[in-house]
Design a protein around this ligand. Structure first.
Ligand code: F6P
Length: 360
């Protein structure tokens, strides 16, 4: 078989481990392995298609990022083009992609990405391309899989950051508001907040009342604890307001969330008089080496994708369910945003511990 791999959307720690798993297992089976640079750009002639041999994937399992490069402006069905009038427009270049794929004699495209990239992969499948999807995102919001690689790493980094801000917040008797990524899901905020001993955790699934947050800060003060740690998910919103947008995003891209930590910190300061500071962890959560859990999941996903290709299970994606890596039709796995269920034991645990979730 001749297999080409593409990584699309935002990077996540573990992408290189998927590439390693797919390429090494493909080579073991005698397949020819290739990579499309910059998402689907290689298959559109806008970037290179490179041959992937053992030497290309040696020593990459622990490396963050993706050796193939990626973009979140790479939808071949809505490719952004800058016109001569200086205005951006979109062009459907999917037929061109399919033509390059066939001309190059590929038998399978393994596309690694989040919900957006998987939706594109499904559309390519409907065009008749033999595709296999691999879910990825630090946000952990892909409904088809129990967990995505990158999430564990992001939570670990956020937890370490919370450990570190504790000492400075305590020394200065401040309220430290830490903003974490996660888009419209609160997984990173909730898990790191619990593991990192946060006093307040604000997630998109629970619109918050700033009065409830301030009450928590005041209660701690009254108990002789003059500092507090607040973790806020970038997609969290007050019960009487909307999400905080950093900017409308690049042409062909998506809106960027951000800035909620400042809003929360300013409101806490205004209402309690406490000195506040903010920290936005941002892309730190996506950079660097994946944890052992993420590496293992990613390398299993890569090898499983090649096994699926070998079996001709095109139009399917790999998933993690229970402790097993399985496959399911991509069309059944996309469009199900997995947010934190309000009945989750983690939510209940936070409440049991007296953590303020902004609604009490
Ligand atoms: O989906 C992953 C993610 O890191 C989100 O948590 C975040 O909102 C977004 O990507 C940021 O994207 P960008 O790389 O365009 O800044």
């Amino acid at each position: 078989m001749k297999i080409v791999i593409a990584t699309g959307g935002g990077d996540a720690p573990g992408l290189n481990a998927v590439i390693k798993g797919a390429v090494s297992s493909g080579l073991t089976k005698g397949f020819q392995m290739y990579g499309s640079r910059r998402g689907f750009g290689g298959l559109l002639g806008d970037a290179r298609i490179i041959r992937l041999k053992s030497k290309n994937v040696r020593g990459i399992i622990h490396q963050g990022g993706t050796i193939l490069g990626t973009t979140n402006r790479g939808n071949p069905f809505r490719w952004p083009l800058l016109g001569l009038d200086g205005k951006w427009r979109e062009e459907d270049r999917s037929a061109e992609l399919a033509a390059v794929f066939r001309e190059r004699g590929f038998d399978c495209l393994i596309a690694i990405g989040g919900d957006g990239t998987l939706a594109i992969t499904q559309k390519l499948s409907e065009l008749g391309l033999p595709v296999i999807g691999v879910p990825k995102t630090i946000d952990n919001d892909v409904g088809a899989t129990d967990v995505t690689f990158g999430f564990d790493t992001a939570v670990s980094i956020a937890t370490e950051a919370l450990d570190r801000v504790h000492t400075t917040a305590e020394s200065h008797e401040r309220v430290l508001v830490v903003e974490v990524m996660g888009r419209n899901a609160g997984w990173i905020a909730l898990h790191s907040g619990l593991a990192g001993g946060a006093d307040v955790i604000l997630i998109p699934e629970i619109p918050y009342d700033i009065e409830s947050v301030c009450k928590k800060v005041r209660d701690r003060e009254a108990r002789g604890i003059p500092f507090s740690i607040v973790v806020v998910a970038e997609g969290a919103a007050p019960k009487d307001g909307g999400v905080s947008l950093r900017d409308p995003g690049e042409p062909g891209g998506v809106e960027r969330l951000g800035g909620i930590a400042e809003l929360v910190a300013n409101a806490i300061h205004a209402k309690t008089g406490k000195e506040t500071r903010t920290l936005t962890l941002g892309h730190l959560l996506r950079g660097g080496s994946p944890t052992t859990f993420d590496r293992l999941l990613a390398v299993r996903f890569g090898a499983a994708a090649v096994r699926a290709a070998e079996r001709g299970e095109f139009g399917k994606m790999v998933t993690f369910a229970g402790q097993e890596v399985l496959t399911m039709p991509i069309k059944d796995g996309i469009g199900q945003l997995k947010t934190v269920p309000l009945g989750a034991d983690t939510v209940q645990t936070a409440r049991d511990l007296g953590v303020c979730l902004g609604d009490g």
